[in-house]
Design a protein around this ligand. Structure first.
Ligand code: TNX
Length: 527
């Protein structure tokens, strides 16, 4: 080799080596849900120990959230400093940032990152995006003076749907305030802004009702499998509401009625209509356990559904649901109260319909909008009510025909308690096996011809917990599928692409690993 060709080869090598080390362009970042638009520019912002955060008034909570998150992601203590103008991440509110209330803009250049939103929530979502641009620490960013390089460019973003939710069933198994807070932290990174808590079911009553104290004393004392259950005091619930609202997340309380009420019937016999004693010689089943009218039922720790009902013909039942709806509404700042209404298989339709209508009136009386599982569409719904489509499109269509809206949670796509495949060690499979691509590859507006974009308030992924007993099991069924559902709910359909999603997910897998999140390593992803 001549000297010249050696130099040439060496230069080429250096060029290639540098090139492979050059950070990816902003448009190639791994943000989930994928933003509406990303444009790349040359250069970028180096986040380091002397970087600063500055904020406009009203955004102190967001500035603190950013500081804490950067500390946990990078170890850096980024200080909040008013008026910093170089080497700074600036948070501001500007009504022109987006036409959407939750829309935000991020501009990244050499000395500055600007995160501007239409509202505090919008800035908070912008921060979630920004934090996903910070590289996962590796060898080349450790050492005494680590720098985290973020490529330059602009991101413009806003959600497709205003309601992006997850549901946690705390009735089948009870989860502590801290477990719920941990989940709130994990899901708010994906811009989920509603957490629906399924607070009562046959197996447990999980929220203190001061005027009916036995609900928690008796009804809260067990769970599926016979464990000790538990409940939230009203102070606990307020703390969950407060913690969620700091993350711009609305709590949606659900008290399931008139079915799924054994824990209430076991606490107060006067609510129990009883059911016919089985024919002589018939084997008693869960469905016959309601026994004698007016008498408390035994506590129930099995998994069957659909055997219980409140006595819809007694005035005391309406006093009961009014007290419950009032006490919970008083400590719920969000607009919705969820009345359940699903699988009331032992309530006659002629009793079910007036019951739902009365419950809806009581919810309205206490200033809330009614949410209910899709069966509630058999009743006359108010235009402010929302039917949650989980099982039957025809019910959702009935709700739409009455002028109500729908929340989309099809069990075959969005149920986080469905197993991934036949080998999944927890979960159920009555609706489907839901692999990651099944959770991703669907569009809420094409499930049924008659359910159109304008009828849909959003998407929610429910986690029922018959088989789920702890934080690690919650994580395993939730991730990565919740990331897929979050993208269904936030990103415009024309930006969504399975191949892109699965390659972006790799970065999130590294984060979950680092944060000890027990996620499912789907074979569909090259982790
Ligand atoms: C059906 S989904 C139910 C729940 C169960 C769930 C298990 C719905 C409205 N009702 O009671 O927990 O299936 O997947």
């Amino acid at each position: 080799m001549t000297f010249q060709s050696f130099i040439w080869a060496a230069l080429c090598f250096m060029f290639i080596a540098c090139d492979t080390e050059r950070p990816a362009k902003l448009s190639q970042s791994s943000v989930i849900p994928i933003p509406v638009s990303i444009t790349s520019a040359e250069g970028g912002f180096a986040l380091k120990s002397d970087s600063k955060i500055s904020y406009e008034s009203g955004l102190q909570n967001e500035a603190q959230a950013l500081k804490q998150r950067l500390k946990s992601l990078t170890g850096l203590e980024v200080n909040i400093e008013d008026g910093a103008s170089e080497n700074v991440i600036q948070l501001s509110i500007d009504p022109n940032a987006s036409a959407n209330e939750e829309g935000y803009l991020i501009k990244i250049d050499k000395g500055k990152v600007k995160i501007t939103g239409n509202s505090e929530a919008a800035v908070f979502w912008g921060i979630q995006t920004f934090c996903q641009l910070v590289p996962v620490p590796s060898d080349n960013v450790s050492g005494p003076n680590p720098q985290f390089f973020i490529s330059a460019g602009e991101i413009e973003d806003y959600p497709e749907y205003a309601y992006r939710g997850m549901m946690l069933d705390v009735a089948r198994h009870f989860f502590s305030v801290n477990e719920v807070k941990h989940l709130i932290d994990l899901i708010s990174t994906y811009k989920i802004n509603h957490l629906h808590l399924h607070l009562s079911d046959d197996q447990g009553w999980r929220i203190e009702i001061k005027s009916w104290p036995l609900l928690t004393e008796i009804g809260g004392s067990t769970e599926v499998g016979g464990g000790k259950g538990g409940f939230y005091t009203q102070e606990d619930y307020k703390e969950i509401v407060r913690y969620a609202s700091e993350r711009h997340m609305t709590i949606v309380p659900e008290i399931d009625m008139p079915g799924h009420t054994n824990s209430a019937l076991a606490s107060y016999g006067e609510l129990n209509p009883g059911i016919k004693v089985p024919e002589e010689g018939a084997v008693p089943t869960e469905r016959t356990q309601m026994g004698v009218a007016g008498q408390p039922t035994p506590l129930y720790t099995g998994r069957e559904v659909g055997f219980s009902t409140l006595d819809t013909n007694k005035p005391v039942t309406y006093q009961f649901i009014e007290d419950v709806i009032r006490e919970i509404s008083e400590i719920t700042p969000g607009p919705y109260f969820h009345i359940g209404g699903d699988e009331s298989h032992v309530t006659e339709m002629e009793d079910y319909i007036p019951f739902i209508e009365k419950a809806q009136d009581i919810v309205t009386k206490y200033g809330k909008k009614t949410l209910g599982w899709d069966e509630v569409a058999h009743a006359k719904l108010l235009p402010t009510s929302v039917a949650q489509y989980w099982a039957k499109a025809e019910n959702a269509v009935m709700a739409i025909e009455q002028g109500a809206k729908v929340l989309i949670s099809p069990a075959t796509k969005a149920y986080l308690d469905m197993k991934y495949d036949s080998t999944t060690h927890i979960g159920l499979n009555w609706a489907a096996y839901i692999e990651l691509d099944d959770a991703y590859n669907w569009d809420p507006t094409t499930l049924d011809e008659q359910i159109k974009r304008e009828h849909i308030i959003g998407v929610e992924a429910p986690l029922w917990t018959e088989t789920v007993t702890n934080r690690s099991e919650i994580e395993y069924l939730t991730f990565p599928r919740l990331a897929a559902i979050a993208e269904v709910a936030w990103s415009p359909q024309d930006r969504r692409d399975w191949d892109s999603f699965k390659s972006r997910l790799k970065f999130h897998g590294q984060r979950w690993t680092r944060d000890n999140v027990n996620f499912y390593k789907s074979p569909k992803v090259d982790w």
